[in-house]
Write a protein that binds this ligand. Structure first.
Ligand SMILES: C[S@@+](CC[C@H](N)C(=O)[O-])C[C@H]1O[C@@H](n2cnc3c(N)ncnc32)[C@H](O)[C@@H]1O
Length: 241
């Protein structure tokens, strides 16, 4: 069955990132119990953790991405539980040694009220002594159409070329807006083009620790994921239940 454009764009823009994988494998190993990945997408991380032998639950609010994750898990003979839910309202019967929030997903939540909902739900999902770890982007350098553009994310699926070109990073009050142009190029050269934008809420490790504390989460020293040529580095906020 053909992949939807939603799935392909997710894979093109997120699937190639690998700088954080060693850290998440190490945290899952150290946790020694079930892992909940929040905002799991098509399973870049969840499938690798399951392949390494961890018991993984993958949560996302996008049913199409989760269905693709489930189908990839089944094709690989991996048991990964999927949960369709908003990260701001997690309510699960199971308890986890690690709640992992990779790739700035926490910054996609629209503000402090949504984050409070997330911290309440994540704290409730942690086994005693479990760890909530969330990656947040290090300072993103602003640029716009007058600056040299970074390289696009590129993928090819079923003969179509997918190019996702970041065209601007704009600092706004309390957030950073990342704008992209997504182009699909057919073999004959025909192309479609559409604008896409996401907003990352501006947060700090210290600010998140303060927000999490009323939910019984204690901050530990953050970890970091180094920057690569294509991606900024990130700080991994560590909150113990
Ligand atoms: C940047 S992607 C990260 C995907 C995956 N964690 C990875 O590391 O490859 C962010 C994911 O978070 C999901 N997401 C965004 N907001 C969400 C929310 N409020 N609740 C649940 N999932 C959310 C998106 O659907 C998307 O799959």
């Amino acid at each position: 069955m053909s992949l939807s454009a939603n799935v392909v764009w997710h894979d093109v823009e997120c699937g190639g990132y690998g700088a954080d994988l060693a850290l998440w494998h190490e945290l899952a190993r150290a946790g020694g119990g079930p892992v909940l990945e929040v905002g799991a997408g098509t399973g870049r991380l969840a499938l690798r953790l399951a392949h390494a032998g961890h018991e993984v639950t993958a949560l996302d609010r996008d049913g199409e991405l989760l269905a693709e994750l489930a189908s990839r898990a089944a094709a690989a003979g991996l048991a990964v539980e999927t949960v369709l839910a908003d990260a701001a309202a997690i309510e699960l019967p199971r308890r986890f040694a690690l709640v992992a929030v990779p790739m700035q997903t926490l910054q996609l939540l629209p503000g402090p009220a949504a984050r409070a909902g997330f911290f309440a739900g994540a704290a409730g999902a942690l086994a005693p002594g479990g760890l909530l770890a969330a990656a947040i982007a290090d300072a993103l350098e602003g640029f716009d159409e007058h600056a040299p553009l970074p390289l696009p994310d590129i993928g090819e699926v079923e003969g179509l070329q997918y190019l996702s070109q970041p065209v601007a990073v704009r600092t706004q009050p309390g957030a950073v807006r990342i704008e992209r142009i997504r182009q699909i190029v057919a073999p004959g050269g025909g192309r479609t083009s559409e604008d896409d934008a996401i907003e990352l809420q501006a947060v700090t490790a210290e600010g998140l620790a303060r927000e999490a504390e009323p939910h019984g989460l204690r901050a530990e020293a953050p970890l970091s994921v180094p920057a690569t040529d294509e991606h900024v580095g990130s700080t991994v906020v560590m909150l113990r239940g």
